[in-house]
Ligand binder design. Structure first.
Ligand code: IYR
Length: 222
């Protein structure tokens, strides 16, 4: 068996007062995040996108397999094609595939089959999950807890995008296999999320939502 060498690790630590300041500041920052559907065409430098993707890839993953690929699209023609195909699928979702109850739950959010953000936002990141991989000889290798791992990396990506002062949206066109085909991805990759990234439009609005209180989401066993 191939055992990797372990090395010493000194985690960053803070005094309790400093910790309190930091958790408050981070909560305030994250509590300002909103899913945005109205984007500006204003460009965002590629270095910003590179760095938020590096941050996402610091996520923990099953057996450290990092079972993800981030497909990053800025090409206008490709964005247009992606939008057309996504809207075709969504048309079928909103007009038949989604249940009455689901449509009711979505009503306050105000989504529909029109996905103009796909060709307006300067960047589209498609997060791909790799259900398996290939070794140097082309033999299939296993990945583990792929959904959990890619979900965590996606959360970290969203946090990094927000931290940069940009906005995004978790779009889940379903079924998403048209994306893998369009992007000519190999058979071990499946689309997981599509994230438009950029600035919010100046006239952007968001639904008036409230977040659950701590009491509603946490149970302490002291
Ligand atoms: N995939 C569709 C529908 C949709 C589903 C959920 I759950 C949402 O929170 C929002 C939208 C779409 O992206 O429009």
């Amino acid at each position: 068996m191939d055992h990797k060498k372990h090395i010493p690790y000194s985690p960053i630590q803070y005094e309790e007062s400093e910790m309190l300041n930091r958790v408050d500041a981070f909560y305030e920052l994250m509590n300002k995040r909103r899913s945005v559907r109205e984007f500006s065409e204003k460009d965002v430098p590629k270095e910003i996108i590179d760095q938020v993707i590096r941050t996402a890839s610091t996520a923990p993953s099953g057996a450290h397999k990092q079972p993800w690929t981030f497909c990053v699209i800025s090409n206008k023609d490709l964005k247009k094609k992606l939008r057309t195909l996504a809207e075709e699928e969504e048309e079928r979702n909103y007009n038949g595939r989604m249940s009455e109850r689901w449509l009711n739950d979505l009503a306050p959010i105000g989504t529909d089959a029109i996905k103009e953000f796909i060709d307006i936002a300067p960047w589209i990141i498609v997060v791909m999950k790799k259900s398996f991989d290939f070794d140097e000889e082309g033999k299939k290798t296993n990945n583990y807890y792929v959904n959990e791992s890619v979900g965590i990396a996606s959360g970290m990506l969203i946090a990094a995008i927000h931290n940069a002062g940009l906005v995004t949206l978790t779009h889940t066109p379903s079924p998403m296999n048209f994306i893998a085909k369009l992007l000519e991805r190999p058979e071990n990759e499946r689309p997981y999320l599509l994230l438009p990234v950029g600035y919010a439009s100046e006239t952007c609005t968001v639904p008036d939502l409230e977040r659950k209180s701590l009491e509603e989401i946490a149970i302490y066993y002291s």
